[in-house]
Design a protein around this ligand. Structure first.
Ligand SMILES: Nc1ncnc2c1ncn2[C@@H]1O[C@H](COP(=O)(O)OP(=O)(O)OP(=O)(O)O)[C@@H](O)[C@H]1O
Ligand SMILES: O=C(O)C1=C[C@@H](O)[C@@H](O)[C@H](O)C1
Length: 302
């Protein structure tokens, strides 16, 4: 169900829009959300009827994971691939989906940086909209349903924009309406084995992830069992994404026996490859569809 009374008003004081300045000219504002140039003025986000909250900046830097690139070659490969993909993207947004801890924010920031796109984390936008400091608190004070309504509103507003990389919340895939919004751009599923997810999450703790937070028990075991349950409940929801980036596949191509050897840059490069193939394949399909259509029309006029 789509958000009703908790719709978001996302505002900006900026005239700029994503990276469009670099591409010669401003994009017209669409819908009620505009994003500033990442280096420029901030976006302010608020839940309708609430007090305005602190302005939110689109993030430019890729922090967090300590080993982003393996080598200069890898960084160059990333840059080159992004330049090719930019052409095919034609300004379309990229939505990263995947379980909690799958690296949507880490990989998303790298992709936004090389593509010259703005980066947004939908969880952070919901926090700003509701005026609460964490998703955990929104779940506690309101409810998961309230969070999901706001998440849908945020995705709806983002979907009217261009040149964004969006790290979606891990559960955004469960609502069909969110797919309606995400299908306006291109979606990437970061498919990470559950044990790798549980290891990552146990390392940083579960306090910020209310669906995994447990008062007691070994953090790895607790995270693993909760993630397994969620994965089962969500079934094929992640597979609605346009492309699937499997860390197991990348690791096996690179001759690693463990996905933990992969850097976020490896994953960003593979994501760009997959997006490019998807767009080319779809363009081919629609070209051959229209060729077939005009052939039929020609035959009908004979
Ligand atoms: N390729 C990687 N290898 C090892 N650790 C990683 C990798 N990518 C991300 N991480 C780490 O895993 C944790 C989760 O990453 P991140 O926040 O990017 O995931 P997410 O999908 O955005 O999570 P959530 O949906 O829960 O917000 C972080 O501590 C991050 O540093
Ligand atoms: O997988 C999920 O359902 C969630 C993932 C997080 O990103 C947050 O959106 C929230 O904690 C719920």
């Amino acid at each position: 169900m789509e958000a009703g009374g908790v719709g978001l008003a996302l505002q900006t004081r900026a005239a700029g829009f994503g990276s469009s300045r670099r591409r010669g000219g401003l994009q017209p504002p669409i819908g009620n959300l505009r994003v500033a140039d990442p280096a420029g003025a901030p976006v302010a986000v608020r839940a309708r009827g609430s007090k305005p909250v602190a302005p939110l900046r689109a993030k430019k830097s890729s922090g967090g994971h300590e080993n982003l690139h393996n080598s200069v070659d890898e960084a160059l490969l990333l840059k080159r691939k992004s330049e090719e993909v930019l052409f095919y993207l034609n300004g379309r947004c990229i939505y990263l989906v995947g379980m909690m801890g799958s690296g949507k924010s880490t990989v998303g920031k790298i992709m936004s940086e090389v593509l010259g796109y703005s980066f947004f984390d939908s969880d952070k936008l919901v926090e700003k909209a509701v005026g609460m400091p964490s998703v955990a608190q929104i779940f506690k004070v309101h409810s998961e349903a309230f969070f999901r309504d706001n998440e849908s509103s945020v995705l709806r507003d983002l979907s009217s924009m261009r040149r964004l990389v969006v790290a979606t919340g891990g559960g955004a895939v469960i609502r069909p309406v969110n797919w309606k919004y995400m299908k306006k751009g291109l979606s990437i599923w970061l498919d990470v084995p559950l044990d790798a997810l549980a290891r990552r999450i146990a390392k940083v703790g579960t306090a910020s992830r209310p669906l995994l937070d447990q008062p007691s028990g070994d953090p790895y075991t607790m995270a693993f069992s909760k993630l397994s349950m969620l994965a089962e409940q969500r079934g094929d929801a992640y597979a609605n994404a346009d492309v699937r980036v499997s860390l197991e596949e990348i690791a096996s191509k690179q001759g690693h026996d463990d996905v933990s050897k992969l850097t976020p840059t490896d994953i960003a490069i593979e994501s760009l490859h997959k997006i490019e193939s998807f767009v080319i394949k779809n363009a081919d399909n629609s070209a051959s569809d229209s060729q077939a259509e005009s052939q039929v029309q020609r035959m009908q006029t004979l």
